[in-house]
Design a binder for this molecule. Structure first.
Ligand code: AKG
Ligand code: FE2
Length: 369
């Protein structure tokens, strides 16, 4: 890490060698096999090929997205503003970002209020990442004190609008492939849950490389996650066993992950999704109940892909993720899992992180065979 911005890093990141004492675990096993070609499927948003999309969801759980309609100038401005913001002093970032935008580091696991979760005794690793958590529905409440933060907020708003457009378009195409009508899938992708995560991963000093992760292996809990990685690589996806594939950044191209909620969406049972939507429409709180019926069938045919982020030896890395979830009170029935709401799922994940130190995720809800 360069001299001039060292004060911008959390103090633990400034150490020249990996502080294993903070995680209390052994060094991470080096990767056994990494494929270096890039066979990742690509989807063109301007003319979605439904067959290719379906194959990508079944075989990969991830794809590249081109012709997404986000101006390259917006991507570049957002990256530059994210970079300048991360370069503010560590203490300033802590003071400036409390709510609704939260600053965190060491783990990407946060409570719904944006506070970093203390992970339990068997936590697999400390994550070499710092980030800003931006719930889009609350962004207008963010008090931007200076011109950098004011323009960051405007860029986040604009980028967030683009992302919810992308998520809706992609999700509708997936729902169509799964033979669900818009009404049947309503509530399953709730735009008000959309959030952005800005991440900065430090450059790995030599003793850190291959031993510590920017983010350790996980699946996303979302329906969809849409990632913009700027120039520096780091993302890897699992292709079974110990096989990992680098997902290198390609200019002006986004990466779409299917999350756990999309995996279960591919597992809904004939006439058996019942979405109890409790929509809050203005004050006083009004409740609307909606029953969605569905007719699909393919158990876990869509996969939430395991992935992780490695550190780069030469450069720090910035990435920006968008995550969108189901309405949190939507009850999801499926053939392989107990009925649950997204709120139940999130609470279980948080409890597991606190008590055992890692996310179990969907297997926790799986019915016995
Ligand atoms: O930074 C990245 O490339 C991936 C981040 C990620 O996997 C996540 O936020 O869940
Ligand atoms: Fe992720």
């Amino acid at each position: 890490m360069s001299q001039y911005d060292v004060e911008s890093y959390p103090p633990l990141f400034r150490q020249p060698s990996i502080p294993f004492a903070i995680s209390g675990v052994d060094p991470i096993e080096p990767t056994k096999q990494v494929l270096d070609s890039d066979p990742l499927p690509t989807i063109d948003l301007q003319s979605i090929n439904h067959e290719q999309l379906s194959d990508a969801c079944r075989d990969w759980g991830i794809f590249r997205l081109v012709n997404h309609g986000i101006p390259v100038t917006l991507l570049n401005h957002l990256h530059d503003h994210a970079s300048k913001t991360f370069n503010l002093g560590f203490e300033s970032k802590q003071a400036l970002f409390t709510s609704p935008i939260a600053y965190f580091w060491g783990t990407p696991a946060l409570t719904p209020a944006g506070v970093a979760l203390q992970r339990g005794p068997h936590a697999q690793s400390f994550n070499w990442v710092e980030g800003l958590n931006v719930p889009l529905s609350l962004l207008s409440l963010f008090k931007a004190e200076d011109s950098l933060l004011q323009s960051l907020r405007l860029l986040l708003e604009e980028y967030g609008n683009h992302q919810s457009r992308l998520a809706r378009t992609i999700f509708e195409a997936m729902a169509e492939n799964l033979k669900m009508s818009a009404e049947q899938s309503e509530g399953y992708l709730s735009p008000s849950t959309g959030l952005l995560r800005l991440y900065r991963y430090p450059r790995a000093c030599s003793s850190l490389a291959n031993q510590a992760w920017g983010m350790d292996v996980h699946t996303d809990s979302s329906v969809l996650s849409i990632l913009y990685q700027h120039e520096v690589e780091g993302l890897q996806i699992n292709r079974g066993d110990d096989t990992w594939l680098d997902v290198k950044p390609i200019p002006n191209t986004l990466v779409v992950h299917l999350g756990d909620m999309m995996q279960i969406f591919g597992a809904v049972k004939l006439q058996n999704i019942s979405c109890l939507l409790q929509l809050r429409i203005q004050a006083p709180v009004q409740q609307t109940t909606k029953i969605c019926r569905s007719k699909v069938i393919c158990d876990d045919s869509y996969k939430s892909v395991k992935h992780r982020v490695k550190l780069d030896k030469n450069k720090e890395r910035i990435s920006i993720g968008y995550f969108v979830f189901p309405d949190e009170n939507c009850v999801i029935h499926s053939s392989r899992y107990k009925p649950f709401t997204y709120a139940d799922f999130r609470a279980q994940v948080q409890q597991d992180l606190k008590t055992i130190g890692f996310k179990v995720g969907l297997p926790k809800f799986r019915l016995a065979e």
